[in-house]
Design a protein around this ligand. Structure first.
Ligand SMILES: N[C@@H](CCC(=O)N[C@@H](CS)C(=O)NCC(=O)O)C(=O)O
Length: 358
């Protein structure tokens, strides 16, 4: 049985054919997943998996990063992924590639577009769900010799830096985190003010570049790493919609949440603090209603395609957690937040930053 799909990887549409590996013609890139296959010795790449078994995360990351290296050097090549019948193990690797390309529900997508019976066991589906794309990109860079210089992010847990922190982990690039200890008012220290005269977190250092503004940092990072596909291609309608959401989030919801968090900065009369807070909350609620309606079943901000805008939204919904029911009463936002937080790279960032206390 054969099937084929097209997936956008490394900024290009790639044709991926799956099936029994003995049917691979020898053209393009051949990935063999069946240790007993008659064609195994001719394979470009091989991962020996017994029938009905799932790859470990390390095996999956190694194999996918090797495959990406081959795709990079042979941009026009068809990729043939095969095992004994082309259903379970091959379906798993195709679903893992779909996940890497940012598609929502990659197993369901693979069953719909490749083969209805693809991905045969729960362990195979779980391996796809647990895939850490940042780890794959990082391994890909190490293997292709394209590892970028380390960037540094000045952060404080659960501040606006949380979004670029999650993004750096999704991109899988080497980075350093530098704590700006707000408990010690370090954002107003001489050293920090030299980097950001506004005394605001975050700042990204990339070579000679010192960049403030969360949204600008994210746009810079996705542009520097187009291979990761965390923003649609420049010049397309999807890219325009991506810009719309990035700008919308940075100039509506984010500043309004800051008003609610620091109402005292917006009043001359301390007695007005509660009113400012209540008004900001009402405005936040309206903005969340708008996002809830626009997001719909999504499941992502851009629909089927995961992007950096989802990390931005996830950070902001996280910030509204103190407003009882702000997102729990909005099912699409609640599902979005759960979906994004379950991503291995996001989970690693959140665990690093620790529980949000405010
Ligand atoms: N528009 C800026 C806002 C940054 C911002 O307000 N950061 C807050 C933390 S979430 C901060 O550094 N506050 C320190 C202070 O107000 O003293 C961005 O998105 O980077």
């Amino acid at each position: 049985m054969n099937g084929s799909v097209t997936l956008r990887l490394l900024g290009k549409d790639r044709r991926i054919v799956g099936g029994p590996f003995h049917m691979w013609s020898g053209e393009g890139i051949g990935l063999c997943l069946d240790p007993e296959n008659a064609n195994r010795a001719r394979a470009t790449l091989a991962l020996d998996l017994a029938d009905f078994t799932a790859p470990t995360q390390v095996e999956l990351q190694d194999t996918l990063s090797d495959l990406l290296v081959r795709m990079r050097t042979a941009p026009e090549a068809t990729i043939y992924i095969g095992c004994k019948a082309g259903i379970g193990r091959s379906g798993t690797l195709i679903a893992a590639l779909a996940s890497l390309s940012g598609l929502a529900d990659p197993v369901a997508w693979t069953r719909q577009h490749y083969m209805a019976a693809a991905v045969e066991t729960e362990a195979q589906a779980a391996a796809v769900a647990a895939l850490d794309s940042g780890a794959v990109w990082s391994a890909f860079r190490a293997r292709s010799g394209t590892t970028p210089a380390t960037v540094a992010l000045y952060y404080y847990p659960h501040n606006a830096s949380a979004f670029p922190h999650m993004l750096l982990r999704e991109l899988g690039i080497p980075f350093e985190l530098r704590l700006v200890d707000r408990k010690q008012n370090a954002q107003n220290s001489q050293d920090y003010l030299r980097l950001n005269p506004q005394g605001l977190i975050p700042i990204l250092i990339d070579g000679d570049l010192v960049l403030s503004e969360t949204a600008a940092i994210a746009l810079h990072l996705v542009d520097r790493h187009p291979e990761c596909g965390l923003a649609p291609e420049i010049g397309t309608a999807s890219r325009a919609v991506f810009y719309k959401w990035m700008v919308h989030l940075t100039n509506t919801l984010q500043p309004e949440i800051l008003v609610r968090a620091y109402p005292d900065r917006h009043v001359a009369d301390p007695a007005a603090v509660l009113d400012v807070k209540a008004t900001a909350y009402r405005r936040i609620a309206k903005m969340l209603d708008h996002i809830e309606a626009a997001l719909g079943a999504g499941p992502y901000v851009l629909g089927a395609q995961f992007s950096a805008a989802d990390l931005f939204l996830a950070m902001l919904t996280q910030w509204t957690q103190r407003d009882q029911g702000a997102w729990t009463s909005r099912p699409f936002l609640a599902a979005h937040r759960a979906r994004i937080n379950a991503r291995p790279a996001v989970d690693a960032a959140l665990r690093f930053e620790g529980p949000q206390t405010r």
